[in-house]
Design a protein around this ligand. Sequence first.
Ligand SMILES: Cc1ncc(COP(=O)(O)O)c(C=O)c1O
Length: 386
Amino acid sequence: MENKFAGYQQILEDLKEENRFRQIPHDRTSGNRIDLSGNDYLGLNSHASELHEEFLAHSDSTLSSSASRILASKQRHHKELENLLEELYGRPALLFNSGFHANTGVISALNIPGTVFLCDKLIHASVIDGLAMGKAEFARWKHNDAEHLHRLLQKYEARSRRMIVVAESIYSMDGDLAPLEKLVELKREFPTMILYLDEAHAFGVRGQHGLGLAEELGYMDEADILIGTFGKACYSSGAFAITSPLLHSFLVNTARSLIFSTALPPLNVSWTKEMIVRISKMNGEREKLKEISKDFRNFISEITGTENPSQSQIVPLMIGDAEKALKIASALNREGIDALAIRRPTVPPGGERIRFSLNASLSPDDLIKVKKAIRKVLLENENQFS
Ligand SMILES: Cc1ncc(COP(=O)(O)O)c(C=O)c1O
């Protein structure tokens, strides 16, 4: 009789064969390493112990919500955080347990009859899963190609009642920006278009108060649904959706990831609130991050001899092959630099790369060390990038 687990074993063997096998990495927090793998873009981790000490000295919140937002008796901290976000964005905010919960919950809920989703080709996996959960009709536009989107809007306008256009303000793997101005123009041209903007990698990083790219470009009211996450620049975890009062109420009634999952712990929520107050004032760090990102992008362009797609703190080094990407990441690791090899399915075949994720706590010496290590490793692995 066939082993009932043999099918799973075979899939793991195939992943190994294709250099796509994943493992949870070891803890790498000890030693004098430079971490370019996480999303702590403002570098708050470098002040972690003072921040924690200060917070825990006055915190009165507890460690569990004990129920979902729909049922929990403990709502004070959640409401305070939502009120703060509403004050900042000028529209109601709804908390979710993570960006993954937010995208899967909101996208699947928005799929009522007559809806079509038009998504950028590089949209995050959580949006794709939300579409699958909601059994939604969708089409994808070529990455950042507003003309292609325009053609799709023309195609679907007559046969749908609403067209939800989904984009990320900073793309998580290429580090480039959504063509927000063009998306806003398209919204004016197509009255049934709804704009859904995931600001996961821009929240804390862009805009006068760190509210995201829409704030920076003056389009905050144009994103009908704006998603932000706390697990990246905000140095916490969880997420939020900014919407109209109508959609807020609709999501409270329909978003399954909100209704059927225990709410974030009050302690976490009150920490997030303090972090938001702090990051809203971190313009110095935002400026510094912009400068070092520009310099680093120029460096990567120079050593590869190709233009880099990035316009942000996420800078890819394109390799184009999973095995080579793994080799380069391990070699960097031996030099004390942590940066991840990104492979399928996170990026399409041929898009394998090293993803460098910069943060505002990097010193000039750190950056010199990183550049030196990259030059050395690439020289040793000559012709390993495309
Ligand atoms: C664009 C985007 N949206 C959503 C998420 C999910 O956010 P979270 O990590 O809070 O689940 C991510 C995570 O990396 C992301 O890159």
